[in-house]
Design a protein around this ligand. Structure first.
Ligand SMILES: NC(=O)C1=CN([C@@H]2O[C@H](COP(=O)(O)OP(=O)(O)OC[C@H]3O[C@@H](n4cnc5c(N)ncnc54)[C@H](OP(=O)(O)O)[C@@H]3O)[C@@H](O)[C@H]2O)C=CC1
Ligand SMILES: Nc1nc(=O)c2c([nH]1)NC[C@@H]1CN(c3ccc(C(=O)N[C@@H](CCC(=O)O)C(=O)O)cc3)C=[N+]21
Ligand SMILES: [Mg+2]
Length: 286
């Protein structure tokens, strides 16, 4: 068998970002500059890395950006006050509050407070509801990136059996909904699933979002299946590992995403795309 194709999220991101940069240039003629605010509460070192990647993407694309770093001890009311301020700020079209938040702050209270039109994460209940119904909404970035990567393999989604492992609100659930919207037949697995290898190995498209380094080996994968690895696990060595055992799985799978360089960069690109879209809509375009 020939070697599996590696789906480069980095390369696809570069292509999409070129298109975004062109649109930013067009908008600048109308004095519109997409603006993103990132709110970071506390000092989780992993979060700082993502925030820096987002800042860099904003710089590269000519977006306006603000990063608000609040102390871990900040109260829920302080975070809510900042969100309210950003909701009202005309230069800001997208607001991202980095999750997880410190335990004394209710994530739901914060997410509910973000203006629906500026919710570029797609986490607000109104955007989630519109996604479920199939109405227009800001799509969650990681799931949108996953679908884009599958589409760019050129392999048709409609009619295929897709298995999603993980059912979180930010990844598993919305990925399953988007795959269903693309007319896949979708099965969801989670920590209570029996015979998971048997189910996963029936998938034409396997999306893995668990949070356990290298758990999914070749016994979970049908020969030729598309494998999308959302997992981001920091090993003790400091290296980043996915949820998929890439070395063994690539020997049997079809197109497969690496970690790093797979879903991660696509998440950031989709965030930029959502911010651009929000900027256009808030200015009465689109
Ligand atoms: N690349 C990117 O941009 C992003 C990457 N990530 C990464 O993706 C991974 C998943 O993130 P997230 O969805 O937030 O994680 P959560 O911890 O919120 O959810 C994990 C899901 O996996 C399920 N699960 C856990 N253990 C097993 C198991 N042994 N067998 C089957 N299912 C299991 C859980 O089941 P149950 O519901 O029963 O508990 C749950 O549904 C993480 O590694 C995270 O770092 C996340 C966001 C963005
Ligand atoms: N409100 C909110 N929205 C998010 O979108 C969100 C969040 N909170 N909390 C944390 C997770 C995680 N996440 C990542 C984004 C980019 C990379 C990324 O760029 N990864 C690179 C390299 C990362 C590295 O080297 O450490 C890669 O995979 O190649 C990773 C992870 C967004 N998240
Ligand atoms: Mg979680």
């Amino acid at each position: 068998m020939t070697a599996a194709t590696i789906i480069s999220g980095k390369q696809i991101s570069e292509e999409i970002r070129k298109g975004i940069a062109l649109e930013v240039e067009q908008l600048s003629k109308q004095n519109i500059r997409p603006g993103l605010a990132v709110v970071l509460v506390g000092d989780d070192p992993a979060s700082h890395v993502y925030v820096r990647n987002k800042e860099k993407a904003c710089q590269d694309l000519g977006f306006y950006s603000e990063v608000h770093r609040l102390a871990a001890e900040s109260s829920e009311d302080e975070v809510l006050a900042l969100v309210d301020k950003l909701n009202a700020q005309a230069s800001i079209h997208g607001i991202l509050v980095q999750l997880p938040l410190p335990k004394h702050i209710r994530e739901k209270a914060i997410i509910d407070a973000i203006a629906v039109e500026k919710d570029v994460d797609g986490f607000h209940p109104v955007n989630v509801g519109n996604l479920v119904i199939g109405d227009d909404s800001l799509l969650p970035c990681t799931p949108a990136g996953v679908i884009e990567m599958i589409k760019r393999t050129g392999i048709q989604i409609a009619g295929k059996h897709a298995v999603v492992i993980g059912r979180s609100n930010i990844v598993g659930k919305p990925v399953a909904l988007l795959l269903q919207r693309e007319n896949a037949t979708v099965t969801m697995c989670h920590s209570k699933t029996h015979n998971m290898a048997e189910i996963a190995s029936q998938a034409d498209i396997l999306v893995v979002a668990i949070g356990r380094a290298n758990m999914i080996d070749a016994s979970y994968v049908k020969p030729g299946a598309i494998v999308i690895d959302v997992g981001m696990n920091r090993l003790e060595s400091g290296k980043l590992a996915g949820d998929v055992d890439f070395e063994s799985v690539k020997e049997v799978s079809g197109p497969i995403t690496p970690v790093p360089g797979g879903v991660g960069p696509m998440t950031i690109t989709m965030l930029m795309q959502n911010t651009l879209l929000a900027a256009k809509r808030l200015n009465g375009l689109n």
